[in-house]
Ligand binder design. Structure first.
Ligand SMILES: Nc1ncnc2c1ncn2[C@@H]1O[C@H](COP(=O)(O)OP(=O)(O)OP(=O)(O)O)[C@@H](O)[C@H]1O
Length: 764
């Protein structure tokens, strides 16, 4: 029987052969929310442009467009044929509505990769990996052919070209052998300064000065110091990436890099002439920019520059001019490029490049492919670019995980013998064999990974958990072992790690959730979170919940004074600063937006818990949709008119109404983004895109840190629940982490699922 049917030609789904059938299918997918209306619109547009375009081409276009909404810059054709149902946004627990449309696996069943590629051979609509004006581009990838929407193929090309051009122009690739010799001569006489530096050829001078300057910045130890190596590599190449987990010293390293490059620029001998580099620092969101602003300003102040200033140039450089030449102000990428309302084009582009010599971008994992292409095209050809970030964090919600793609090989180093020799010469320490690779790619030579966390020590459960969750899983057979390693972090030692708590909630009404969000559930931590000290021996206050900021709001409210002109605002500004600072002590994070365990269900639920505890005074309607004092809000879209950026957090406060004594006015207090400590007071009605943020999605939390972070996992499997999401959530915690579980096995499920990203940036 079976053999008989095997001989029959397979029946292809009509949507593969008839465009009307395909259009009907796409309409049904859109109706169910499996496909976006935008994706179907593209297929219809292409059909109108070229009516004879075959149905598999139109289907591929709709699927390629759909991938953009899920973070992938293109459609991997072979992978789609292998697992077709991953190409759509199918509901994770199945579609329980009646009469479901055919699944992609049913539709693509009769299609081979060759068939699909043949259908794409349509010069009116698809170009073969080449510039042109077709809306689609068919290009080879490491695992097989891909289909791009042209705009995204172009972004990828721009990024590749700009980075590749910088990778071919290393300042100091040669001369490492002579420098190695010099290094041993110098250490023999114990001198920090090399007299031959100013007299040798330019390259020798640069490399020798670099080595001396590096010694001045990094106290020597016997072992390889990855921060020193990262600083050296980034000084060597016009394009560099410094990646590392939380607290591994990315900011510390980049501050030293800026000092080093600036000192070398200021100490440059005639006839080049000394000129300070024009340096700009930027981050993808206002929140991330503000955080870097704060930490960089502190680090620049602490930097000891005397030895460095003496190490460069024959005369050395003036310390205060050097310190002044290290910038501390961090801007957002949108501001840097000059965004204009109602257009995706920026003021700065290839025809009007940025006026700078060095650009540093922090939290680069959050930069999507479109923004990265815009930055690179606006960068002058001679300007350096340094990307900082954690390659393992969730990527941007938009398409393209540029940092993750560039850092695919960072773990292994893959430094060529030439780079290894040069690094040894520059840092004075040999590179261990396991990081060397004679086949290393040019991109590998520009990437450094920091590997030691200075925030978390061996006693830190947060650090251990982050590490266990983040461990790559190249082979699914090791999944069991990985799950056990993650669970062990919670079980280790009788009392467990002192900074970790685990909370199980049976239902959203569970009183355990009230205890967590109001008080921070200190009883969930060993010794109720008492008596802890950080790495420097400073006491760590026990974990808090939202009651803390609401208590500051109530207790420190200015009295006997009206809110008026600038001077009269100062007590209110101080109050708002204290409330905002207190608010950063605790944050509940969750994976989802919808459902009882998503932000939409949790925000009103938490509002009611705080009201029950007497900390909020708001009606049900206000909690659900309105404004009330104490409401924390998250800005979800840049608003240039108000000077607010996506990711900014403000708190709603009630101010005395100067015109009507006894009455109150609601205003939302935001910290100003210029680091001045001033407060922006905004009328609630002017805020067009904000949401309550008692619960925040992990995606939105990137670039932020909270003293106590509670990470809530949903109660059912969901494709969004991945290792990257859990890792990103965990690493938002500075001192305390509560893991909230609402179903069984979700942590196990999450840590063994990885985000799949498809792009062509991995190899350069
Ligand atoms: N080599 C080091 N020795 C001792 N402490 C260090 C070292 N490097 C960094 N630190 C300290 O560790 C902390 C974290 O450093 P830093 O802020 O540079 O890390 P980061 O990787 O930028 O962190 P984040 O993940 O917050 O962006 C800081 O307090 C810093 O002073």
């Amino acid at each position: 029987m079976k053999d008989l049917f095997d001989d029959l030609p397979e029946a292809r789904h009509p949507a593969l052969d008839e465009t009307p059938a395909l259009m009907e299918l796409l309409a049904r997918w859109v109706e169910r929310g499996w496909l976006r209306a935008l994706d179907r619109a593209l297929a219809r547009f292409l059909h109108r442009e070229v009516p004879e375009a075959p149905a598999p081409l139109l289907l591929a276009a709709a699927l390629a467009s759909h991938q953009l909404g899920r973070g992938h810059v293109c459609l991997d054709l072979a992978a789609t044929l292998e697992a077709p149902d991953l190409a759509l946004s199918l509901p994770p627990e199945g579609d329980d509505l009646s009469d479901p449309p055919p699944l992609p696996s049913e539709v693509l069943d009769g299609l081979t990769l060759d068939d699909w590629q043949r259908a794409l051979a349509n010069p009116g609509l698809v170009a073969n990996d080449a510039p042109g004006s077709t809306p689609l581009v068919h290009a080879p990838g490491p695992r097989g052919p891909r289909l791009y929407l042209r705009r995204y193929w172009q972004y990828e090309q721009q990024i590749r070209q700009q980075i590749a051009a910088r990778l071919t122009t290393n300042d100091t690739t040669t001369h490492s052998r002579s420098l190695l010799q010099q290094r041993s001569d110098v250490s023999a006489i114990g001198a920090a300064r090399r007299p031959e530096a100013a007299t040798g050829p330019d390259q020798d001078h640069n490399t020798t000065t670099l080595a001396t300057a590096l010694d001045a910045l990094f106290p020597t130890s016997g072992d390889l110091d990855w921060q020193k190596a990262a600083c050296a590599l980034a000084a060597r190449s016009p394009f560099a990436v410094i990646t590392g987990g939380p607290g591994t010293g990315k900011t510390t390293t980049v501050v030293k890099l800026l000092a080093l490059l600036q000192a070398m620029a200021l100490g440059r001998p005639e006839p080049d002439g000394a000129r300070a580099l024009r340096i700009r620092l930027a981050a993808p969101t206002g929140k991330a920019a503000a955080r870097l602003n704060e930490s960089i300003a502190g680090q620049v102040k602490k930097l000891s520059l005397a030895e460095l200033a003496g190490a460069v140039g024959q005369q050395g450089v003036d310390i205060s001019s050097l310190r002044e030449a290290i910038p501390t102000e961090v801007t957002t990428l949108h501001r840097l490029l000059g965004s204009r309302p109602d257009t995706r084009h920026f003021r700065h582009h290839a025809g009007n490049p940025l006026a700078l010599d060095l650009l540093v971008i922090d939290e680069a994992s959050m930069v999507d492919i479109e923004m990265m292409a815009a930055v690179l095209t606006a960068l002058p050809a001679r300007a350096r670019l340094v990307l900082l970030g954690d390659k393992d964090q969730l990527a941007s919600v938009e398409a393209g995980a540029v940092l993750g793609d560039l850092c695919q090989r960072a773990e292994g180093g893959h430094y060529t013998p030439e780079t290894a020799d040069w690094l040894e010469a520059a840092t004075g320490t040999p590179l261990p064999e396991r990081y060397r690779d004679a086949q290393g790619q040019p991109l590998d030579q520009a990437i450094a990974m920091l590997r030691v966390s200075h925030r978390f020590d061996a006693q830190s459960g947060i650090g251990r958990l982050a590490e266990a969750v983040n461990r790559p899983l190249p082979d699914k057979r090791q999944a069991k072992e990985k799950r056990r390693a993650v669970r062990e972090v919670f079980g280790e030692g009788k009392a467990g790690y002192r900074d970790l708590a685990r909370l199980h909630l049976g239902a959203p009404e569970d009183a355990g959730l009230d205890r967590l969000v109001v008080e921070g559930n200190p009883a969930g931590f060993p010794q109720r979170g008492q008596g802890r000290h950080d790495r420097r021996g400073e006491p760590v206050a026990p974990p808090l919940g939202y009651r803390h900021y609401l208590a500051v709001l109530r207790d420190r409210r200015p009295t006997d004074t009206a809110f008026g002109d600038d001077e009269a605002r100062q007590p209110f500004d101080a109050w708002a600063r204290a409330v905002l600072e207190a608010h950063g002590q605790f944050q509940l994070l969750c994976a989802l937006r919808k459902g009882p365990w998503g932000i939409e269900g949790l925000n009103p639920r938490i509002g009611r818990a705080l009201r029950r505890a007497g900390w909020l005074h708001a009606s049900d309607m206000e909690l659900d949709r309105g404004w009330f004092e104490g409401r924390p809000v998250l800005v979800t879209r840049n608003d240039y008119g108000l000077g607010l950026m996506n990711g900014d957090i403000g708190i709603t406060l009630a101010l005395p109404d100067a015109r009507a004594p006894g009455k109150k006015l609601l205003r939302v207090a935001f910290p100003s983004s210029d680091g001045s400590g001033r407060i922006k007071w905004v009328l609630p009605s002017r805020l067009q895109a904000v949401e309550t943020v008692f619960a925040m999605t992990v995606h939105k939390s990137q670039g932020s840190e909270f003293t106590h972070t509670a990470l809530l996992l949903p109660d059912a499997p969901n494709p969004i629940l991945t290792r990257e999401l859990v890792y990103t959530g965990i690493t938002r915690a500075k001192h305390w982490l509560t893991l909230v579980e609402t179903g069984r096995g979700m942590l196990d499920e999450a840590v063994t699922r990885e985000v799949m990203r498809v792009s062509g940036l991995g190899k350069l």
